[in-house]
Write a protein that binds this ligand. Structure first.
Ligand SMILES: NC(=O)c1ccc[n+]([C@@H]2O[C@H](COP(=O)([O-])OP(=O)(O)OC[C@H]3O[C@@H](n4cnc5c(N)ncnc54)[C@H](O)[C@@H]3O)[C@@H](O)[C@H]2O)c1
Length: 402
């Protein structure tokens, strides 16, 4: 059992509840179940410590079980607003994972927790948004890890953008899970598409049919969100800066418009971009009374919440996950989940089966790094094609041929 300085969670007594959640997820994760049996036999991670930044929730819990069975020691943190405290407790209690994560954490806590999971001295990192990469590359406390790390994975689009645009040091191979078609199509389009729309519908209890919805960003995630809103009877307008992608949205039958033309009419505005300050003060001022705003992009700062606070006379939590902003111009705007990822903070995240596939990609990528990192170039790169095909085969076996 870990001692109390080796983890920071809300409440260890929540562990049995968390285990029930993990078992529910596991029952719907046949791919991870089959990988677990092999990993336990082959022990590819024996003697290795993996530091992970990924949402601490039940599906991730199943993944931690698989890695632990494969011999790994795990330290993990999540993201602000998305941690399931009971899952965090179960991971400490039943898997000996060093968890530094609580639902009620802000971005500063998040960075501190990232530091804690690097202090365990990992051999491999599994990153989400490139925060661990950034610390190792920029904070002198962690510079010794630059030569220790065998390799890394990066889960998401935002992290991959940051690795390529902001951090040019190529010291180890980073397999970018998001660069696979498997993740982009199955997880981002179908998984994020359905979980974002379901979370908004469930948390607001507002009918989607007939509503005017603006979806900002028509990438893999945004196109899924737009399709699911349309499937539920909404009138969807897409705002997209890339002209080719805008054309694609148009040919798919969506209205397309500039942001300033689209938002004055919208009942819902959902940002799914992966860049900072997509929605700013001038946009809030254009919105109509009682619009509902949500973010599904990786970082909260996609929505300029500070500017919204400045425009407001006051804000108030109306129902869980929804804050009312009373603006000085007399309009009321509603912001979901403080602009944190709406499908994780106001819902349960992507459907379990989708994460079964995504976490299988992660597992096989980590295994490649553990066993053959020297075969990989020391740059951010897509997951090797044979891994992607192996996971797709496993998904076909379990989803179609089952
Ligand atoms: N909520 C989740 O569970 C979840 C899961 C996976 C990824 N994500 C995040 O969702 C975001 C989008 O991911 P993606 O895979 O769709 O990325 P993507 O790169 O495929 O799509 C982003 C799109 O936004 C467009 N764009 C860029 N700036 C814009 C702007 N100012 N206004 C309008 N459009 C703009 C781009 O042209 C692109 O088409 C990222 O932050 C990613 O990390 C969230």
């Amino acid at each position: 059992m870990l001692n109390e300085t080796e983890y920071r969670i809300k409440d260890l007594s929540l562990a049995p509840q968390g285990m029930k959640r993990i078992n529910w997820a596991k029952a719907h994760m046949p791919i991870m179940q089959s990988l677990m049996i092999r990993l336990e036999k082959e022990q590819p991670f024996k003697g290795l410590t993996i530091s992970i930044c990924l949402h601490v929730e039940a599906k991730t819990g199943v993944w931690i079980e698989a890695l632990t069975k494969g011999g790994a020691k795990i330290a993990i943190t999540g993201s602000p607003g998305s941690t399931q405290d009971e899952t965090a407790a179960a991971l400490v209690e039943y898997y000996g994972a060093q968890v530094f994560s609580q639902r009620a954490e802000d971005f500063a806590d998040h960075i501190n927790y990232c530091k804690e999971i690097l202090r365990v001295g990992p051999d491999i990192i599994a990153d989400n948004g490139a925060d661990l990469h950034e610390l190792i590359l920029t904070d002198p406390e962690f510079s010794h890890l630059q030569t220790k790390i065998l390799g890394a994975t990066e889960e998401t689009t935002t992290g991959a953008n940051r690795l390529r645009e902001d951090f040019s040091a190529n010291l180890w191979p980073t397999l970018v899970i998001n660069d696979t078609q498997a993740k982009r199509i199955i997880e981002n389009r179908y998984g994020v598409g359905s979980s974002v729309v379901e979370s908004i519908a469930h948390a607001t209890n507002v009918m989607i049919h007939g509503k005017k919805v603006v979806v900002i960003g028509y990438g893999y995630c945004g196109s899924g969100v737009a399709q699911r809103f349309r499937g539920m009877g909404a009138h969807v307008t897409v705002v997209e800066t890339n002209p080719l992608t805008r054309l694609e949205a148009h040919l798919e039958g969506f209205y397309t418009a500039q942001l300033s033309d689209a938002i004055p009419d919208a009942d819902f505005v959902v940002s799914v971009v992966g860049r900072d300050n997509v929605l700013t003060a001038k946009d809030f001022l254009l919105m109509k009374d009682k619009v509902i705003i949500a973010n599904a992009g990786h970082f909260q700062r996609e929505v300029d919440v500070e500017a919204l606070n400045e425009l407001a006379e006051y804000k108030e939590e109306i129902i869980p996950k929804i804050n009312l902003y009373q603006l000085k111009n007399k309009k009321q705007l509603y912001l979901m989940s403080d602009a944190n990822l709406v499908n994780l903070s106001a819902g349960n995240g992507n459907p379990i089966e989708v994460m079964d596939l995504g976490l299988a990609l992660q597992t096989l990528s980590l295994e490649r790094i553990a066993l053959a990192s020297q075969s990989l170039a020391k740059i951010p790169q897509p997951v090797p094609y044979d891994i992607e095909m192996a996971v797709a085969e496993l998904a076909c076996d379990n989803w179609i041929n089952h």
